[in-house]
Each structure stands twice: as C-alpha cells, then as structure tokens.
Design a protein around this ligand. Structure first.
Ligand SMILES: Cc1cc2nc3c(=O)[nH]c(=O)nc-3n(C[C@H](O)[C@H](O)[C@H](O)COP(=O)(O)OP(=O)(O)OC[C@H]3O[C@@H](n4cnc5c(N)ncnc54)[C@H](O)[C@@H]3O)c2cc1C
Length: 346
C-alpha cells in the first residue's frame, strides 16, 4: 500500500525532480512579467551569519534592537527613489507587548483568516528578521493566566504600516478563537521578534521546505525573503501537505513565486482528500516523494526545514523537543540519509 501510493505520487515528478542544477535564471519575458510582490527589492540588512538558532516562546532572545537601523524600504512611487531607513515596530529587548489595532480581516477559507494589525506609526515596518515570528498574548476575564502563542507574519517586511497574521481557528483553541473573534478597531498584544532560523543571503545553495497546514507561514516568509533579494541565488523546493484543496494556504503567493522563478522555485502539493480533477500528489507526504524532489543529502550546503502538525513532524523529522532543543532526527528524512544538522524544525 505504502509502496504503491508512493510510486504513484512520485511518477509525475520525475521529469521535474532535481533539475535545478542545470538551469539558469528566469528568461527576460519571465522577468518582465514578475508581479510586484515577488520582484527583488532592497533586502533588509541580513542578520548576522550563524547557525540555526533555537527559539523559546517564553525565554526568547530579542535581537531586534541591533537590527533596528538596518531596515529599509523603497517608495513605490516612480521617481521618488531615495532609500529611506524604515523604523522597526518590533525592537525586542525590554520593549514588551504592543497593543496593535486590528485594521482589517480577510476571509481565506472555512477556518482561516488574515488579520491586518496597524503598526504604531504608519511609516514603521515590522522589523522582523528572516526567519522570525511574533508572540501574541491574551488573558480572558476568567482566565487564571494569559495565553501566549507565536505566529509568523506573512506580509511583506518592506511594506510599512502593518503586520499581517494568517490564523487558522482550532476548535476550543484559546488564542486562535480569540483572534477570530476580534473586530476591527480592537487590539491584540503582540511582541517580537521571536528569532527562529537566522537566514543570510546564499547561506545554503538549495533548501527544502516541508510544511503541513499553517506550517507554511514560516516557509513563505523564508522563501519570499530569498526571492526579494536579488543577490540571493538559493534554490527552493516546497513540499506542502493539506487535507483538501481549500486548505492550501498562500497558494496564489506560492504560484507567483513559481511562475516568476521557475528555475529556482518549485512547489509540490499533496492532498489527503483530493478532488477527482487533482493532478498533484495524494495521501500523505511520503518518503518516496521527498526522495524524488528534495536536494539529495549528499549535496553540499543544503538545508531541509520542517513545520507542521505533530503527526507530520513525527513522520518526516521527529518532533522538536522544545523551542531550544531540536531533538533527534528520525522519520523519513533520517531514513533518506539526511543528518541532524541538515534539518531545521520550526
Ligand atoms: C513558531 C510558530 C509559528 C506559528 N505560526 C502560525 C501561523 O502563522 N498561523 C497559525 O494559525 N498558527 C501558527 N502557529 C500555531 C499557533 O502558535 C497556535 O499553536 C495555534 O493558533 C493554536 O493556538 P490555540 O491557543 O488556539 O489552541 P491550542 O490550545 O494551542 O490548541 C488547540 C488544539 O489544536 C491543536 N493544534 C494546535 N496547533 C496546531 C497545529 N499547528 N497543527 C495542528 N493542530 C494544532 C492542539 O493540539 C489542540 O488540540 C505557529 C506556531 C509556532 C510554534
């Protein structure tokens, strides 16, 4: 059963698999057709080089103050060019939580919405290095203690004025329910940055991003950061598992990247409950699929990132023990020959 479904899944991929190495950049036509959202811009100052850091929801290290002066954005008005230093909203250190006003709610699907929160000043950018999250806090009237949950903003770090969260509501989940119940004009306490994996341009030649459900948000942040930086030539392969087609979050944004950078960005979608017309992969993300599409473990300077629900983590990489402890590598990636230091669990 496993072998059969894996074989089926892998078949349509053979022609695409690992073809990056022999290809060059996008054609002139593709470059010209680049959507503004995906076009390379001045990148935020890269964070200091270094390995993937652990992170800790409670005892996290705020490094943003040092990054504060390094964020820039470009005016989008033609001719109004000079690069302006942008003020970061989240500066870490002892800044504490910022009560940010909800400006807009956008429906995504039956259980997920996008929430746009205004930054304290219109010309501020979030100031979140790649890859990092924010921490939210909420204490209901009858709650003994506050609920704290991390989220990975999905809006463009270079666009000033707001921070946007993509939040899936879990039945009975205190924070996701609280956020879904918020009305425009109300505030949410948000603090950041919550550093995850420190990215620097060309840190790796090729990365694999394996995500399930809302686990796509840190992957998208990372991929967009890479493709917004014209100097960053990293190749990116996404394997994204979901229950149904409606659950595929950020599909449009991922397709924009794929259409704009077909030689450097590939996304493979896997659906557990696929509709009849579905041409992608079905079932769970299998070892065979990963073997076919990911950069090989013996390749130089690759990294595989994993983020998703507990079942996915267990099957693909083994669970993360704590925000500071990545835990041992097990599951499909270990069986395929990847080493612990080639894998990062968000
Ligand atoms: C670094 C980081 C970034 C995150 N970014 C996002 C994001 O951008 N968008 C987003 O919606 N969530 C994100 N999450 C998950 C988020 O922090 C909360 O865990 C989630 O919103 C549920 O919180 P809750 O208080 O509503 O429910 P909880 O009480 O925490 O959980 C309710 C139920 O849902 C289950 N559950 C919780 N999280 C998940 C999950 N990810 N997959 C499957 N089942 C789960 C729990 O096991 C429990 O049964 C992120 C988590 C981390 C660690």
């Amino acid at each position: 059963m496993f072998a059969r479904s894996a074989f089926r899944a892998a078949q349509p991929l053979r022609m695409h698999a690992r073809r990056f190495a022999t290809e060059t950049g996008p054609s002139a036509a593709q470059q010209a057709a680049k959507p503004a959202a995906a076009a390379p811009k001045a990148a935020p100052a890269p964070p200091p080089a270094g390995g993937g850091g652990g992170s800790n929801v409670i005892a996290y290290v705020f490094g943003a103050a040092a990054l504060g002066g390094g964020y820039y954005y470009y005016s989008t008005q033609a001719g109004a060019a000079p690069k302006q230093p942008a003020k970061p909203a989240f500066t870490g250190g002892d800044q504490g939580f910022l009560p940010l006003k909800l400006a807009e709610v956008i429906d995504v699907n039956h259980n997920t919405k996008r929430f746009r929160f205004e930054l304290p000043e219109k010309d501020m950018v979030p100031g979140l290095p790649i890859a990092s999250a924010v921490l939210t806090k909420y204490k209901g009237e009858n709650d003994a203690k506050a609920t704290l949950r991390p989220y990975t903003p999905i809006n463009d770090e270079n666009e000033p004025g707001y921070v946007e969260l993509l939040v899936k509501q879990y039945p009975g989940g205190p924070m996701s329910t609280h956020i879904h119940n918020l009305q425009p004009g109300q505030t949410l306490d948000i603090k950041g940055p919550l550093p995850k994996y420190e990215w620097a341009e060309n840190k790796h030649d090729h990365i694999g991003l394996i995500a399930g459900g809302t686990g796509i948000t840190p992957m998208f942040q990372l991929a967009r950061g890479i493709f917004q930086n014209a100097n960053d030539k990293t190749k990116v392969t996404v394997v994204f598992g979901n229950v149904s087609k409606e659950d595929i979050l950020l599909k449009k944004e991922l397709e924009e990247l794929e259409n704009t950078y077909p030689q450097r960005f590939r996304a493979f979608y896997v659906l557990d409950k696929a509709p009849k017309e579905w041409q992608g992969n079905t079932g769970f993300i299998t070892q065979e699929l990963l073997k076919t599409v990911l950069p090989e473990p013996k390749s130089d300077n690759i990294k595989i990132f994993v983020c998703g629900p507990p079942g996915l983590m267990k099957a693909i990489s083994g669970a993360k023990v704590s925000p500071k402890d990545q835990g041992e590598l097990s599951g499909a990636l270990q069986e395929l020959g990847y080493s612990k230091d080639q894998v990062y669990k968000f």
